[in-house]
Write a protein that binds this ligand. Structure first.
Ligand code: ADP
Ligand code: ASP
Ligand code: MG
Length: 421
């Protein structure tokens, strides 16, 4: 029986027509292996950044519906061009956007979750022998409204399609040779991992390793999709396989480190210490689709009987969060709301840290030796995160990468340029 393979190519891989021709060759190579191929592509190069910039030039607060209308156009260009490039090589290809297929999402703009993918059209076209090219990053609500899945969301489109089609593999082609122990742009001696567990990859992705969109890893884990991250430019290299933790040999306590510079910390001061306040506060934020990461509540002050609640959010949600909190101030009967977006989260991740004492203290000592102040701490079974000042993030990452013995001997090969918009 023929296998179904989903391939995803990111922005750098389709940055110009020459690169699109190369992608066409990679797709055809898979087809010539006798497989059915569904390809997901991102917008070309820095198109999405450019579209965001144009919107910001016109409005300080563009509506999220119109942002989705705008940003979804980027992927529309690359699917048509890739389908043409494949056809030009003598193969049958057809491109579809999310609306044409029915990639149904919840009714939320700018970070919608996929709830269902209709597979009839995909299966029919595969049966006819066609290579299918699908627009990543976008979805459609049951009412026909265009949505997007959040920046970097094409990875999630690819994995969700792979799950819906029960694909044999989902290959994420990108501008690095796989998943590394940290971002090779920040630590050039980062080491490529042959394999990593879904759990560790999920923590790393949430911690700022944007090589994979967090929800793509979540979906791959949920539906057991075999996922591989590999280079668009070095095709014989197998990259990194993401698989269940039970299938792995664990040697080191820490598998990878990451920094997330797009965080903001909010402190809601002097919240009366009575039941229901946290439920009220975080309930409202959830209603507004604002995800909260670290949370600390201080001990109640004896005289005023109030406490402070501090938490972190994605800085993209900062304006919305401030607006929401200002509206709640009366209801919460709280004091000042303090905001700091000059912060970053630095994390170490590893399934090998379970039941191994001393890992957290080694992390704190490393930061102390650098003179880096820790502002908040949060942990999970396989992750420790510290909130630090933004200017300290990269030196902290470099030091932690060394201390936990993750350095390799070679300089990683990174193809794409940094976003410049
Ligand atoms: P694409 O456009 O292909 O989706 P992205 O820019 O979204 O590519 O993701 C690839 C980038 O992720 C790399 O160029 C690298 O700088 C960054 N990155 C961050 N952390 C890691 C990591 N642990 N391993 C590999 N790449 C990482
Ligand atoms: N084009 C979108 C972005 O730049 C989605 C993606 O590339 O995954 O965020
Ligand atoms: Mg990406």
């Amino acid at each position: 029986m023929r296998k179904v393979i989903v391939q995803k190519f990111g922005g750098t891989s389709v940055a110009d027509t020459e690169k699109i021709k190369n992608v066409a060759k990679t797709v055809i190579r898979e087809k010539n292996n006798g497989n059915d191929v569904v390809v997901v592509v991102s917008a070309m190069g820095h198109t999405t950044d450019y579209l965001v910039k144009m919107a910001k030039d016109l409005s300080t607060n563009p509506s999220s519906r119109e942002m989705d209308m705008l940003l979804s156009t980027g992927e529309g260009v690359s699917i048509a061009l890739l389908a043409m490039a494949i056809q030009a090589q003598g193969y049958d290809a057809v491109s579809f956007n999310a609306m044409q297929i029915g990639i149904i999402t919840e009714n939320v703009h700018s970070k919608a979750r996929i709830v269902n993918i209709k597979t009839e059209k995909l299966k029919k076209n595969l049966q006819e022998g066609k290579i299918i090219v699908v627009a990543g990053f976008q979805g459609v609500t049951e009412d026909g409204e265009i949505t997007t899945l959040g920046r970097g969301g094409s990875d999630t489109s690819a994995v969700a399609l792979a799950a819906a089609l029960n694909a044999d593999r989902c290959d994420i082609y990108t501008d690095v040779e796989g998943v590394y122990t940290t971002d090779p742009r920040i630590v050039p001696k980062a080491t490529r991992l042959d394999e990593i567990s879904y759990e560790e990859m999920l923590e790393l992705a949430h911690a700022g390793a944007n090589v994979l969109h967090p929800r793509s890893v979540e979906t791959a884990k949920q539906f057991n999709v075999p996922l591989r991250v590999r280079s668009s430019f070095k095709l014989d290299n197998l990259g990194t396989l993401i698989l269940g933790v039970d299938k792995m040999e664990i040697y080191k306590p820490v598998t990878g480190v990451a920094a997330d510079l797009s965080q903001a910390r909010i402190v809601v001061c002097d919240v009366p210490d009575v039941p229901g306040q946290a439920a009220k506060l975080f309930g409202k934020l959830a209603q507004e689709h604002i995800s909260v990461d670290m949370i600390i509540q201080s001990y109640a002050r004896k005289i005023s009987n109030t406490n402070d609640i501090a938490f972190t959010i994605d800085s993209a949600d900062l304006d919305k969060t401030i607006k929401t909190l200002e509206e709640m101030k009366k209801d919460l009967q709280c004091g000042d709301i303090q905001i700091n977006d000059n912060i970053a989260k630095v994390s170490i991740v590893g399934a090998g840290m379970i039941d191994r004492p001393g890992i957290a203290s080694a992390m704190f000592e490393t930061l102390a030796d650098l003179g880096v102040n820790i502002r908040m701490i949060s942990t999970s079974e396989i992750k420790i995160s510290c909130l630090v000042d933004k200017e300290d993030a990269h030196k902290a990452l470099q030091a932690l990468h060394k201390v936990f013995e993750l350095e390799g001997s070679e300089i990683a090969d990174v193809k794409g340029d940094l976003p410049n918009v």
